[in-house]
Design a binder for this molecule. Structure first.
Ligand code: HAM
Length: 424
């Protein structure tokens, strides 16, 4: 027997019953991003490996453990995008957007791929809504990006989330802080997890957000980056906080928030749902003032966020939010005589052109079976065409909610069913 397949671990089919959620979330993302003046960008699913495997990215889980890296048949090293930011920066540079008025405001709704340990809200293929504002260093843009994300959540009707905010400094103040942090942790490493022993050398900031039990007791007394910011970073952060206050956005200052990707500078933020554990961040982002240079551009500031659509949908379902139903068929065309199949298909065609939805019954099946099918797809009307209707150019319309039935001339069916061009 040929083998039957299941989808690979950690990836899902998005079935028709879930599509109203997906449509609602995607449409809201587009509407909100456009209302802030962000333009949509689609980048390819895979990129040259170097876009992601930059020397600075070493030491992050996403790059060390999770990238889907492959060689194509021509020998090129490619990576399935694990996130949206570096591809957007690559496109910004490639298409000369640096010479447009800055900041360039972009958004995307994409699939992304990480070889992660699958669990609720964590998948190997997932979807992100993200924005990137490139070419602006002023703190107003940090506040705008955060405002955009909370506006998106509010527009969806998501409640019960908190904003966590931090500043993780820049190349001026961070090296001295990292030395301090290493100094603090150096005599504690033997009591810490294996991941942290590795992080100590490669990416010591991540010591602060380790989730493993043995490492927890050491966090409280660790030196805090916000107490070690240089003057410029401190002034920037104060301005961001003041704008966020002006916007009435509540937040918690979280000195342990460091983010999982390598490129962050200064502002870092995450939105957490109140009800769930630590793996459930709804969305996060921050400033990446060094990334454009790492990808071959001139020094250029940037900031953005990514938010996971699967996690949003989990939360929408948990809150039992009404996202509307999928589109019901206006008519199910039941073919009561195989000779009428052509006429039935012509009627379905006319209805569809008039903006209605029409589903065709299987001409070889009994009328009863077709009527059962009509109920199963929740059609408003059954339009029945058999030998009699074929002979006198009519159709029998049955309202499937009231069971009222009428035989009407074929050319008036459209008007009865409410088609857009019904009058013509
Ligand atoms: P990130 O924090 O790695 O940031 O991911 C952003 C969001 O994507 C997460 O908060 C989560 O909702 C979702 N997400 C991440 N991994 C998974 C997964 N395995 N399964 C399901 N959802 C997931 C970024 O990706 C940055 N590019 C954000 C950014 C944009 N920073 C600046 N600009």
């Amino acid at each position: 027997m040929p083998q039957q397949f299941k989808a690979p671990r950690g990836v899902s089919d998005l079935l028709p019953a879930d599509q109203p959620y997906w449509r609602f979330v995607r449409e809201t993302a587009v509407r909100v991003a456009e209302s802030f003046g962000y333009g949509q960008i689609d980048t390819p699913v895979f990129e040259h490996a170097g876009v992601f495997l930059r020397p600075n990215a070493e030491g992050t889980d996403v790059i060390d453990k999770e990238v889907y890296l492959f060689q194509d048949r021509g020998g090129d090293e490619l990576v399935l995008r694990p996130e949206g930011t570096p591809p957007v920066v690559r496109a910004y540079l490639e298409h000369g957007m640096a010479s447009a008025p800055q900041p360039v405001r972009l958004f995307y709704v994409i699939s992304a791929f990480r070889y992660d340990r699958p669990q609720a809200g964590r998948y190997r293929m997932f979807h992100q809504f993200g924005v990137e504002a490139i070419g602006e260093a002023d703190p107003y843009i940090d506040a705008e990006v955060i405002d955009l994300l909370r506006t998106f959540y509010d527009a969806l009707g998501l409640r019960d989330y908190t904003l966590q905010l931090n500043s993780i400094g820049d190349p001026v103040c961070r090296p001295a802080y990292i030395d301090k942090l290493r100094g603090y942790y150096s005599d504690k490493l033997d009591r810490m997890c294996g991941d942290c022993r590795r992080r100590f050398d490669l990416n010591p900031l991540r010591l602060l957000d380790c989730k493993n039990e043995p490492c927890q007791p050491f966090k409280a007394d660790a030196p805090r980056l916000i107490d070690n910011l240089c003057e410029a970073c401190e002034a920037h952060f104060a301005a961001v906080r003041s704008l966020i206050d002006d916007l009435g956005i509540e937040y918690n200052l979280d000195p342990l928030l460091v983010r999982g990707l390598d490129y962050y500078t200064r502002t870092a933020f995450e939105f957490q749902p109140r009800v769930e554990g630590s793996q459930s961040t709804l969305g996060g982002g921050g400033r990446y003032d060094g990334l454009i240079e790492q990808l071959g551009g001139r020094p250029t500031p940037g900031i953005g966020f990514g938010t996971g659509l699967e996690r949003i949908i989990l939360n929408l379902k948990r809150q039992e939010l009404d996202v509307g139903a999928g589109r019901r068929p206006d008519a199910f065309i039941a073919v009561a005589d195989e000779a009428a199949a052509g006429k039935a298909m012509q009627l379905a065609h006319d209805l569809r052109l008039a903006g209605l939805t029409a589903v065709l019954g299987s001409p070889g099946r009994s009328l009863r079976a077709q009527m059962r099918h009509a109920s199963a797809v929740d059609a408003r009307y059954a339009a029945i065409i058999g030998a009699q209707e074929l002979a006198d150019g009519s159709v029998t319309l049955r309202n499937l909610e009231t069971s009222e039935q009428a035989n009407v001339p074929l050319n008036s069916a459209l008007a009865r069913l409410g088609g857009a061009n019904a009058a013509s």
